[in-house]
Design a protein around this ligand. Structure first.
Ligand code: ATP
Ligand code: MG
Length: 138
């Protein structure tokens, strides 16, 4: 069944000119882009977005990284969108990601790992809502 997910093309990817490559890969995987926007996250937005990690030792660095430059946020749709995006992204640590995944090919480190993908349909809905009103999803 068709499902929605949410992605962030992270600052390292935008900086290195990998945005087009990542979107081409996602379209090639059958994802429809319902909405997309370029923006630079504020500290407050990044802290809110990754609030589940606020007690982790890497949290301050994560917020610094995610606010370090512009990102693209996008709402995506496809069959099994959430698990499929996670499998195309690969493991959090690019060194441990499977060959052919976006993080293996384009990620620099466990922190600068190229792309975000929602971890559940419930969180996908929350994350899409955070950036896009329903009227902007096509
Ligand atoms: P994302 O939520 O960005 O899709 P993920 O679900 O694979 O990534 P999470 O555990 O949710 O991984 O961590 C969120 C982000 O925090 C990671 O993508 C990475 O940028 C950063 N991160 C996670 N673990 C570490 C770590 N041990 N050291 C440094 N940064 C980390
Ligand atoms: Mg996560």
């Amino acid at each position: 069944m068709s499902q929605r997910t949410f992605t962030i093309v992270k600052p390292d990817s935008v900086e290195k000119g990998n945005f087009g490559k990542i979107m081409a890969r996602l379209e090639g995987e059958g994802f429809k882009v319902l909405a997309i926007r370029k923006l630079q996250l504020s500290t407050r937005q990044a802290e809110g977005f990754y609030a589940v990690h606020k007690e982790r030792p890497f949290f301050p660095d994560l917020v610094k990284y995610m606010t370090s430059g512009p990102v693209f946020v996008a709402a995506l749709e496809r069959a099994d969108a959430v698990p499929h995006l996670r499998s195309v992204m690969g493991a959090t640590d690019p060194a441990k990601a499977d060959a052919g995944t976006i993080r293996k090919e384009l990620g620099e480190s466990i922190e600068r790992n190229a792309i975000h993908g929602s971890d559940s349909p419930e969180n996908a809905a929350i994350e899409i809502n955070f950036f896009f009103p329903t009227s902007e999803l096509f």
